[in-house]
Design a protein. Structure first.
Length: 68
C-alpha cells in the first residue's frame, strides 16, 4: 500500500538494530520498496564486521521476495 511504513527494533547487549520498510510510488507509477537497517551501540562495529555480509544477503533476499 502506497505510503505504508513498518519499523522494527531489536535490542541486544551492546547493540541496537532498527529496520525500516517503506512503500512508495515513483513518478512513472512503479512501486518502490525501500529497506533500511541501522545499528548503534558499543558492539555495533563488531556485529557489522562479523555479520554484515549475512545481513546484506538477508535484506537482498527480503527485497527479492517482495518483488514476487
Amino acid at each position: 500500500v502506497e505510503g505504508s511504513t513498518f519499523t522494527w527494533v531489536s535490542r541486544q547487549p551492546g547493540v541496537r538494530i532498527v529496520g525500516r520498510h517503506r512503500v512508495s510510488t515513483d513518478t512513472d507509477g512503479t512501486t518502490r520498496l525501500t529497506l533500511g537497517l541501522e545499528q548503534t551501540g558499543w558492539l555495533s562495529g563488531l556485529v557489522s564486521l562479523l555479520l554484515g555480509r549475512k545481513v546484506r544477503e538477508d535484506v537482498d533476499l527480503e527485497a527479492e521476495l517482495a518483488e514476487a
